[in-house]
Ligand binder design. Structure first.
Ligand code: ADP
Ligand code: MG
Length: 505
């Protein structure tokens, strides 16, 4: 694999009233495991189901019910860890995190505090070609989601929907390596991209598949470097945690306003209090939700209902053998194999379906670079105009687009005619090669026919001919006229050459 080398981006600097400040950000991302059954029960995880229709007794916290670990969820967590180049722990264990909410009837959440299933890994977050941030992953643990309280259906009563209760989540905890709002958004999107490639999390943020708790602090330039050197969190500022963000746009806004809030407090001589905050997108501000709780507040202890989770290296190796080519590797290969820019490779590999579509176009046409242009500029552009469709929903198949590019490559059609043909195939369907024959769209490479057209134009425009003889740049005007006369079908290179000869240039 070609290793695309990169430099780190500069950290975001915010100017306060008195000083310059830098941001330090660490994210806890909750990713719903792409499993059709819950973590400790066989109940369905289907989104949008009738409230309380997907609830096993254990999900409702009924007395005497025992959790049973779902092996499939464990496998997907391991696969995610492997996809993030992380250490897999063969021995992990589940703990009870005790707190009561009506949407969690057992009175505790089963999580992994002391022995998570996945340890240290990393994510490369691309910011621009050649510029990327290496964000270290501290750990990934498995835990169960809570249900949902509903307060707006009745003036007197609250309702609870336990469909989500017990759904498997992976909590992916980053090191505080993220240095700006754009990086935080790009980090979430990169995690999402990797997990979608892996098939371990669907990443639908609107459906709550992916939520992030965003930890933000501010420090003076130079402090972060000292932190990296010494590992001493004391040199960093006090952090606040903004809970439950499910939009990358809001994540960026929240970080920015939270950082400014902290800077104003410090510059005023105050102190930032470590706490959990909520972002209000309407008001564009964060507000305090509760003071920061510590592990001891939750009375964590090993869950006595579950055995320690022991997995075997051979099983991990089997999962490793199923890993697909991941975004970074695919992007590097596209640059190397198809000679495209890193930027184009990034666009084409953003989605695994887009990448597969492109590769089929390239295989059909035999020309990767031109295929990349047509997929990105023409097809993606057309799909966007057409109600922002996905590639899966494209009326034009990869074989059809590949056919068009093959005709360009063979010199059968000009670039201009190719655009007309593209529109016909997109709206009406059909085999591009057959359409070109049927509709007489073939490029005229027959020099006799082109010569005749050039002669006509020259004969009809004697004054222009005189001018062109003085100023050879005017030959372009003749080329344009010939192209017009031939309905864009004349081979431009041949026209250029014949015009020049006939004008004696
Ligand atoms: P908790 O579970 O109590 O929230 P963790 O130690 O798991 O605490 O850290 C939570 C997140 O906060 C991690 O992503 C970590 O990188 C981040 N973090 C820690 N210190 C800071 C800081 N000074 N500024 C910003 N983020 C931080
Ligand atoms: Mg936390």
């Amino acid at each position: 694999m070609l290793d695309l080398t990169f430099e780190s981006p500069a950290p975001k600097v915010i100017q306060g009233a008195k000083d310059d400040w830098e941001l330090v950000i660490g994210l806890e991302v909750h990713a719903q495991v792409a499993s059709t059954a819950k973590l400790f029960s066989g109940a369905s995880t289907q989104f949008g189901a009738e409230p309380n229709s997907n609830v096993a007794f254990v999900d409702a916290g009924m007395p005497g019910m025992l959790p049973v670990i779902n092996e499939g969820c464990v496998a997907l967590a391991v696969k995610t860890g492997l996809g993030l180049n992380a250490e897999i722990h063969l021995n992990s264990a589940f703990d009870r995190k005790n707190y009561f909410y009506p949407d969690q009837p057992s009175g505790y959440q089963i999580s992994q505090l002391y022995h998570p299933i996945v340890g240290e890994g990393e994510v490369i977050v691309d910011m621009a070609p050649g510029i990327a941030r290496r964000v270290r992953i501290e750990r990934i643990h498995l835990e169960q989601d809570a249900g949902k309280s509903i307060h707006d259906m009745d003036p007197q009563a609250s309702f609870v929907d336990l469909n989500r209760s017990g759904v498997a989540l992976m909590e992916i905890v980053s090191r505080p390596d993220i240095r700006g709002p754009e990086e935080a958004a790009a980090y979430v999107l990169k995690l999402r991209q990797i997990m979608r490639y892996l098939g371990t999390c669907n990443g639908d943020m609107q459906n709550g598949n992916l939520r992030a708790d965003v930890n933000v602090s501010v420090c003076k330039p130079g402090d972060y470097e000292r932190f990296v050197e010494t590992g001493d969190f004391g040199v960093l500022g006090t952090r606040c945690e903004i809970k439950n963000m499910n939009s990358t746009r809001f994540i960026q806004q929240a970080i920015e306003v939270e950082a400014r809030r902290q800077i104003a407090i410090i510059e005023d001589g105050g102190e930032v209090v470590q706490e959990t905050r909520l972002f209000d997108p309407d008001k564009g501000e964060t507000r305090s939700m509760r003071s920061k709780e510590e592990a001891h507040d939750y009375r964590y202890f090993p869950d006595p209902d579950l055995l320690p989770l022991e997995i075997e290296q051979a099983w991990v190796d089997d999962i490793k053998a199923t890993l697909p080519e991941l975004p970074d590797a695919k992007k590097a290969r596209f640059v190397l194999d198809y000679g495209m820019t890193e930027y184009d490779a990034g666009v084409l590999t953003a989605d695994v379906e887009n990448a597969a579509f492109f590769e089929e176009v390239a295989a059909t046409s035999g020309d990767g670079k031109t295929s990349a242009n047509w997929v990105i500029n023409e097809l993606f552009g057309r799909l966007k105009k057409d109600g922002d469709r996905d590639i899966a929903d494209s009326p034009m198949s990869a074989a059809q687009l590949g056919g068009i590019v093959a005709l360009i490559k063979a010199g059968d059609i000009s670039g201009k005619i190719a655009k007309d043909l593209f529109e016909i195939v997109y709206t009406e369907g059909g085999d591009p090669a057959v359409l070109v024959e049927e509709r007489g769209m073939k490029q005229v490479t027959d020099t006799g026919a082109i010569e005749a057209a050039v002669d006509d134009v020259i004969a009809a425009n004697p004054a222009q001919v005189e001018k062109a003889k003085q100023n050879p740049k005017l030959a372009g005007w003749f080329v344009g006229q010939v192209m017009k006369a031939t309905g864009g079908k004349a081979n431009p290179a041949a026209v250029n050459q014949i015009v020049a000869t006939k004008l004696g240039l």
